[in-house]
Design a protein around this ligand. Structure first.
Ligand SMILES: Nc1nc2c(ncn2[C@@H]2O[C@H](COP(=O)(O)OP(=O)(O)OP(=O)(O)O)[C@@H](O)[C@H]2O)c(=O)[nH]1
Length: 388
């Protein structure tokens, strides 16, 4: 099912289904775009750090060209990450899951290659040489960056930090006496990083929740702006958007499209006689009858003025529109609005008609013809159905 972004065109359940989908899509887009941008630059830093390490390592003296090997590997990794763009909007959930998995393969690959360089440097040098210091500082920097940048997937980020820190630290602790104290310090920092990642993941989740709440409030406001507060029916604004939409689809397909315009009779008298609150109760009472009588999924009812209502009836012929209007008129006349001990009887004048594709050039043309019929029903004494 496709989500229609204009809430005036959808039922409440459909709108809620659409909203849930919109929220899921938003979360997927937000997470993947963050993961993409935040992981893009990493390989370039690995490239610089590996060049520095090989350039400074005693073991590689005179073989500076060796820098090219990790340099090219990281350049290739950057190229891969650059071209692994997130799925286009509208992609399904599975596609996002697949993309995330592949992106994490690329992130782990970078972390493992770097960790390999840091670990082998420690193994070869086994003392506080410049190359070892460079690998230590950059490893700390990379793992710190991972704890900040990858908070959207804390489990993967945790694994990534372990990949960075554990292998070289193992060598510092158990094979290089000179580096043991620094190894212990790195272990303490590792614990801090894990706690920091936990906090960052919480913050990230909260941020997304806040954004989701904003999306929900926006949708609720949109829904409210299209609903009549008294009766709960769609209001005039909603009706206009819906009527135009349905009319144009029906016109394109040459489909039958019925319309009822219903105006309650002598409503001013109801207010004058029983009070405004009783008048409000009568409007709600009628709205309920309207909902009960016009109830096919494709029908739309709305309150478009003080005591004026419409029913849009796709696929309904002139005869059927007339008999539905007659039925509605009878039910209303026989079902009074009961307030305390009082019974207020209401009647309505109704214009019934269908879109005439040979005459009507716009939704307004159809509306005006049916509205004229409603006016004629008033002129004929009210409590009457008149065909357009
Ligand atoms: N209680 C209440 N009255 C409303 C509301 N909106 C409009 N009205 C009243 O509806 C009445 C409409 O009066 P008119 O337009 O003269 O129509 P009418 O008295 O129904 O007479 P006809 O339509 O000619 O039969 C006015 O008195 C409005 O104040 C509302 O939300 N609540």
């Amino acid at each position: 099912m496709q989500y229609i972004s204009d809430p005036s065109l959808v039922s409440t359940e459909y709108a809620q289904y659409g909203l849930a989908q919109e929220i899921d899509a938003y979360k997927n887009r937000r997470v993947t775009s963050d993961l993409y941008t935040r992981s893009l630059i990493g390989p370039l830093f690995y490239m610089i750090a590996s060049g520095l390490t090989i350039g400074l390592a005693d073991y590689f003296q005179g073989r500076v060209w060796l820098m090219l090997i990790p340099g090219l590997a990281f350049l290739l990794l950057w190229w891969q990450r650059y071209h692994h763009v997130p799925p286009t909007p509208g992609a399904d959930h599975e596609e996002y899951v697949r993309w995330n998995r592949q992106q994490w393969y690329l992130i782990h690959l970078g972390a493992l290659i770097w960790s390999g360089i840091a670990t082998s440097t420690a193994c070869i040098e086994l003392h506080t040489s410049n190359a070892v210091i460079v690998t230590m500082i950059t490893t700390i920097a990379f793992s710190t960056a991972a704890s900040h940048s990858f908070a959207m997937h804390p489990q993967q980020a945790r694994l990534c930090i372990i990949e960075f820190v554990l292998p070289p630290t193992f060598i510092y602790l158990f094979y290089a006496v000179d580096l043991r104290a620094i190894g212990i310090a790195i272990c303490i920092y590792f614990v801090y990083l894990m706690m920091n990642l936990h906090g960052n993941a919480k913050e990230y989740r909260k941020q997304i929740e806040t954004e989701v709440m904003l999306i929900q409030s926006r949708a609720e406001l949109a829904q409210l702006s299209l609903t009549d507060a008294l009766t709960g029916l769609p209001n005039r604004r909603s009706y206009e958007a819906t009527w135009n939409h349905i009319w144009r689809i029906a016109a394109r397909k040459n489909d039958v499209l019925g319309l009822l315009i219903i105006d309650l009779d002598f409503f001013k008298k109801v207010n004058d006689q029983y009070g405004h609150l009783a008048g409000d109760a009568c409007l709600k009472h009628f709205a309920q009858i309207l909902r009960q009588q016009i109830r096919r999924d494709s029908d739309v009812v709305a309150r478009i003025g003080g005591e004026e209502f419409v029913a849009i009836l796709p696929g309904v012929t002139n005869e059927l529109a007339y008999s539905m209007a007659e039925n509605l008129r009878h039910v209303l006349a026989e079902m009074p609005c009961e307030i305390a001990t009082q019974k207020i009887y209401l009647t309505a004048s109704i214009g019934a008609g269908i879109a005439d594709w040979t005459k009507d050039k716009s939704p307004t043309d159809t509306f005006q013809r049916v509205d004229k019929a409603c006016y004629q029903a008033k002129e004929q004494g009210r409590n009457v159905v008149k065909c357009a």
